[in-house]
Design a protein around this ligand. Structure first.
Ligand code: URA
Length: 209
């Protein structure tokens, strides 16, 4: 688990617990996911490159630091990844956004691509892939493989929840991709769900149960 960042800040853990509860409404779930995503954005951008700019304060001229948000791309794995975008963009509003459409074949649990749209000049950009659940790892692995074809400067993966099987699969396929998560749950069940988990993240975000 060398490249795994467990975000155990009390605010993150508290909000995650509220989201896990089966009686959390769609509205509550979505609001908490937004808040949690902003908090996770702080962690994932901790080592972002900065540059010096000259500015004038009311008192004098100084050299100060800024980040170049436009070089960052949040890549959402559809559809549940979209639930993380708003919170992340509230912290880095200048970031670009890409989308990867992958669905899980219900029989084989493998990832099948149906959509792929990225900003241009990907080789100049740092990529943060977002998907609330890193379960089998199949979607994450497929998304990283596809993105590596565009040769970005770096790739990180952010999820709310994962399990030992998901971490092991993604790390085995892409050991260079750092994983940021708020929890590593007990296991994957035979239907490909994380337990204890929080259920189907997409259904809970969009109210489609
Ligand atoms: N996707 C989900 O939404 N939930 C899980 O537990 C696993 C995959």
């Amino acid at each position: 688990m060398s490249n795994v960042h467990l975000i155990n800040h009390p605010l993150v853990q508290h909000k995650l617990t509220l989201m896990r509860r089966k009686d959390a409404s769609t509205n509550t779930f979505r609001r908490l996911l937004n808040e949690l995503s902003s908090l996770m954005a702080y962690e994932v951008t901790r080592d972002m490159a900065m540059q010096d700019v000259e500015i004038e304060t009311p008192l004098e001229t100084m050299t100060a630091k800024v980040i170049d948000g436009k070089k960052l791309v949040f890549v959402s794995i559809l559809r549940a990844g979209n639930g993380i975008l708003e919170g992340m963009l509230s912290v880095v509003p200048g970031a670009r956004v890409g989308h990867v459409g992958l669905y899980r074949d219900p029989k084989t649990l493998t990832a099948v691509e149906y959509y792929f749209k990225m900003p241009k000049d990907m080789e100049e950009r740092d990529v943060v892939i977002v998907d609330p659940m890193l379960a089998t790892g199949n979607s994450a692995i497929a998304a990283v493989e596809r993105l590596k074809e565009l040769n970005p400067k770096s790739i990180k993966f952010v999820c709310l929840l994962t399990c030992p099987e998901g971490v092991a699969a993604l790390q085995a396929a892409h050991p260079d991709v750092a994983i940021y998560t708020a929890a590593i749950d007990r296991q994957l069940n035979s239907h490909g769900y994380i337990v204890p988990g929080l259920g189907d993240a997409g259904d809970r975000i969009f109210g489609t149960q």
